[in-house]
Ligand binder design. Sequence first.
Ligand SMILES: C[S@@+](CC[C@H](N)C(=O)[O-])C[C@H]1O[C@@H](n2cnc3c(N)ncnc32)[C@H](O)[C@@H]1O
Length: 274
Amino acid sequence: MVTEWVEWSEAEAVSKWDTALTALPNYTLYQSYGWGEYKRRHGWAGSGSGNDTTAMAIRHPSIELISLDISEGVYHTYHRTTGLSNVHVVRASVLSIPLKSDIFDFAYSYGVLHHTTDPEGGLREVVRVLRGGGVVSLYLYEDHADNPWKAIPLRLINAIRVVTTKLNARLLSGLCYLLSPFVVLVFSIPARIMFRYQTTRRLAAQMPFNFGNSLFSLHTDLLDRFGAPVELRYGREELVALLEACRLCNLVTTKLRTIAGWAARGVKGSEVRS
Ligand SMILES: C[S@@+](CC[C@H](N)C(=O)[O-])C[C@H]1O[C@@H](n2cnc3c(N)ncnc32)[C@H](O)[C@@H]1O
């Protein structure tokens, strides 16, 4: 098994993005990791309420998309994709995918495995359903170990999560909605200003929540941060170890400054049969 890996810089990854098609960051990530080469059947593990599934299915009607999530979000996906014959929706856990092995050409999982109790088991499942030579593309949270600006607030958030993960979902959603404008004012707007100047650009890149672009734009990020029962984070070494443990090869990793996490891509060796 070949386990060599390379790192794309964010600039390289961005250069591969077709931003003219859509401004969706998830879309551009999906785009940048090679979907175009694998145009038959794609699996989406943890598709939430189907934003990306819907956009992709409309844009690429020749690709068959199987969209899987453990939550009630699948019902939104189902209703949103009514009339799109290339989409199939499955409510199930990525830790135990109720599908045959070796059936996908491309698998995509954006911000999901780090919320499960067994990311390696989940990734093994994703690899199992991929055909040999198929590509998996992931987004996972980074641990910010090299950035005290983010690591320290993260510790604080983790302490608060002990309480917030137990709150009623609607109450928490309301609180995150109210909190979003404050976080945007304190972090995102100063960071946007600082990004404009050479001397402060590096600092801006290290600031937490530097990506908010309107007052309530951080609602879902905050909800994710405070509400997800499990939240694991990865440094580069752990990320590569995870991918290698699942017998992926030709690994590519990119640290995404804009959305504070790792984009990772790997290929299922054609000699690996599930
Ligand atoms: C942060 S959301 C990301 C959703 C979507 N990928 C997106 O980018 O909008 C995380 C998703 O992971 C799903 N999830 C968590 N654990 C899961 C599991 N074991 N199996 C499948 N989905 C899971 C949640 O239900 C949620 O929809």
